[in-house]
Design a protein around this ligand. Sequence first.
Ligand SMILES: Cc1cc2nc3c(=O)[nH]c(=O)nc-3n(C[C@H](O)[C@H](O)[C@H](O)COP(=O)(O)OP(=O)(O)OC[C@H]3O[C@@H](n4cnc5c(N)ncnc54)[C@H](O)[C@@H]3O)c2cc1C
Length: 401
Amino acid sequence: MDFHVTYSESQQRFRAEVAQWLADVVPSELLGSNEHFENRDAYELRRDLGRSLGARGWLYPMAPPEYGGGGLDLDAALVVAEELRRLGLGLPPYYDSGGVLGSASILHWGTDEQKAELLPPIYRGEQRTWQLLTEPSAGSDVAAVATTAVRDGDDYLISGQKSFIGSLHGADAHWALVRTGPAEDRHHNLSWFMIDGSSAGITITPQHLLGGIDKNTIFLDEVRVPAGRLVGGENKGWQVAFTHLDHEHGLRSDRFLGQELHRAWERIVEGIADPASGVSTDDPVVVDLLAKIYVKKETVRLLGKRNYWLAMENRPRTYEGPQGYYLEKKTTQWLASALLELFGGAATANVFAGDAGAALVEQQALGAMAMHGGGTGEIQKLIMSRALRLGKPATSASAPE
Ligand SMILES: Cc1cc2nc3c(=O)[nH]c(=O)nc-3n(C[C@H](O)[C@H](O)[C@H](O)COP(=O)(O)OP(=O)(O)OC[C@H]3O[C@@H](n4cnc5c(N)ncnc54)[C@H](O)[C@@H]3O)c2cc1C
């Protein structure tokens, strides 16, 4: 069987065009940099790059051109993403995962007016958006959110608290899942709002996680939101949320690049090249372990690529997204012990200092523990079993219960 991927002549021409354009516009400071740990200057450079990609239609290559997307086909979108990955960059960018996920819901559930108003700033890279789902008592069980929206004339007033939100350097907009109906009407009491980030009543406080990950707690105190920013209708928020949750559970466009594990792999290769590591590739045990790491990271990447294809081509799917996401979470945890086995004590020494200043194995282990964004491993298993309707009569099921 031939696994070699071939590209048509026009795809190769397009790849050369993208590569040249990126060589011209990507600032050297961003090459291979890690967006999780960047300072304000690097973040602003990344935003500028996002705007340049957006103006070219390559930030959201497959999104409808009438709303600012590129209107390209899947093969072309993959070429753009792969060329960005070659430079250590993601597409659409990590810094705007809220935009990636929120725009999918707006495109599906928004009115024509809402699409025309809300999508272009996201697709053109002019706006960064954070997603406001989790609350202190609503994480895995996100339908239990207690933040409320109360109608007040032509507006809603939103009050409550959201946690584990965003990253560094603020956001221009937020979308939020909030309660608009009685608590007992579970799944039928939620609404989905787009909120202007500069609205009065929003307080953001930093929340530092294991592994040097920066998140925020956001307090909303009677934040006034026009009724026109309610997407999908009052008490219909669970359906709207299901669209982006489906994407977040392993179908997200940035997942297929397998960027995080690839980054870890590159640091392993660098570490081995360092004589201080004392690791020799003449040792068959080392070769065996390296092969295992490589195969696992590639399996995660290829499942991600399959899932992206399923989502973008709108193919039927059941367990595939959470399957890939689950494997990524588990591989990330496994890698911490594999690093210790590979490098021994040197893995804990500063010679392998990572982006957050921690030793390689420490950062891998702590980062893996904090990898419950988008739902924990248990929740991915739960979604898979529900999607496969384990214990229930077989049917194609990817809708909420
Ligand atoms: C890096 C990171 C980024 C994040 N980004 C965002 C963001 O941008 N926006 C946002 O809104 N949220 C975000 N989150 C929050 C994330 O979605 C939640 O942390 C996650 O859903 C788990 O919720 P929880 O922390 O409240 O844990 P809990 O729900 O309290 O779970 C605690 C434990 O119980 C287990 N558990 C819970 N229910 C079940 C069940 N039914 N069956 C089996 N086991 C179960 C869980 O697996 C877990 O081990 C982020 C979190 C992290 C760590």
